[in-house]
Design a protein around this ligand. Structure first.
Ligand code: ATP
Length: 368
């Protein structure tokens, strides 16, 4: 009887709980035992029944719409070290688990793939140091890893959408709608900071969906001379046309072409000094990660959770690790390390101000 565990790791996002629910129930549907590892890799390293819990069908009842992750998430320094991964491997083998679904960002998925690659040598060491018996090892010589991407930033390469991104976008839009009404009453300008350190997806789509006057994205760095002129001309033009409010969206990772951060304060000062607008700043912060998952994330997380279990059941020791993603509305499997590497190269290219490279990498198809 196959034993499959799921953990959530890194920053939380709406829909992670829905993903856990789908994995647990699909595993049970296919006659497997389902486990949840609480507190991300921390729980894997700590082990024991407090952290690695067998899940029944009803244990995940009502989790579909839940925000955040009901099994907790954490950053875990110990798992970055071989010693931590050795303990984690021992805890899994002790429970007879050799298949793991990781729902997290690129860091969590990198850790997962590393764990899988090291697994044979970890088993060898555990056997040699008699922390596990050859009986316990039997049938668990390989670890199967499948990733699903939980991230509000929608920053993973190859997949069109990550679990939580649309819920977060919805939250931002709702908040900007609230801001809109007070902005109109007082004829004010608002500079709204949204999340997105290396990826302006939230800022761009929020800008479109709230008819913002201007949006600053990490991917569109311009010289101060250019963006200042553009911003002022556009906002002034809209005001002249009778608009009583001005909304500017700033991604937290927005930079100019000299890699200097464009902060809400800089934008506010400009609107005050040059256009005389009564301007306020709103930093949306953690409300963007909070609340229930929107329909799209519930569906995405469920379809990906189902396919994650199928992917495990179809995998052989020779198959590479996959992430379950979505392309043009179809659930697809992508090679995990390729997606992670492209994602990290995009972040690097943005940091180095090579936006053409970043864009072409983001658009890339996987190689097979
Ligand atoms: P977010 O996008 O929200 O930052 P993330 O998954 O990228 O999510 P990280 O903090 O990078 O978040 O990683 C989460 C955890 O994954 C780390 O605390 C660590 O335990 C594990 N991890 C990350 N990178 C590695 C690695 N190279 N080797 C082993 N474990 C890793």
């Amino acid at each position: 009887r196959k034993k499959i565990a799921i953990l959530t790791s890194g920053g939380d996002s709406q829909g992670m709980s829905a993903c856990v629910r789908a994995v647990v129930r699909t595993a049970i549907h296919y006659g497997c035992d389902a486990f949840a590892v609480y507190e991300g890799y921390e729980g894997l390293v700590r082990g024991g029944s407090e952290y690695i819990r067998k899940m029944a069908w009803e244990d995940v009842r009502g989790w579909l719409s839940e925000g955040g992750t009901k099994i907790g998430t954490a950053r875990c320094a110990a798992f970055r070290e071989r010693e931590g991964r050795l303990t984690a491997a021992m805890n899994l083998v002790t429970e007879g688990i050799d298949a793991l679904v990781v729902c997290g960002g690129d860091g969590s998925l990198t850790g997962a793939d590393r764990f899988r690659q090291e697994w044979p040598s970890l088993m060898e060491e555990l056997l040699k140091t008699r922390r596990i018996t050859s009986e316990q090892l039997k049938g668990h010589e390989h670890l199967t890893i499948v990733g699903t991407v939980g991230s509000i930033d929608n920053d993973m390469a190859l997949t069109d959408s990550t679990i939580g991104a649309y819920s977060s976008l919805d939250r931002i839009i709702e908040m900007v709608d609230y801001i809109d009404s007070t902005a109109m009453s007082h004829s004010r300008a608002f500079v709204v900071e949204v999340m997105g350190r290396h990826c302006g997806w939230l800022a761009l789509l929020a800008g479109i969906a709230t008819e913002a006057d201007y949006a600053f994205l990490p991917e569109r760095a311009k010289s101060p001379l250019v963006w200042e002129k553009e911003l002022l001309e556009i906002c002034e033009h809209h005001r002249k046309q009778g608009k009583r409010k001005t909304v500017v969206i700033v991604a937290e990772g927005a930079i100019d072409n000299e890699l200097k951060p464009i902060t809400p304060e800089i934008v506010k000062d400009l609107l005050v000094e040059k256009l005389g607008l009564d301007t306020r700043i709103t930093t949306l912060g953690h409300v963007q990660r909070g609340g229930t998952a929107v329909a799209f994330d519930r569906i995405l997380a469920t379809m990906q959770g189902v396919d994650a279990v199928r992917c495990i059941l179809e995998s052989t020791p020779a198959t590479p690790s996959y992430i379950i993603g979505v392309k043009e509305n179809n659930v697809c499997r992508f090679p995990l390390m390729e997606s992670v590497q492209i994602t990290q190269s995009v972040a690097e290219a943005i940091k180095n101000h090579d936006f053409d490279l970043a864009m072409s990498l983001r658009d890339s198809e996987f190689s097979d």
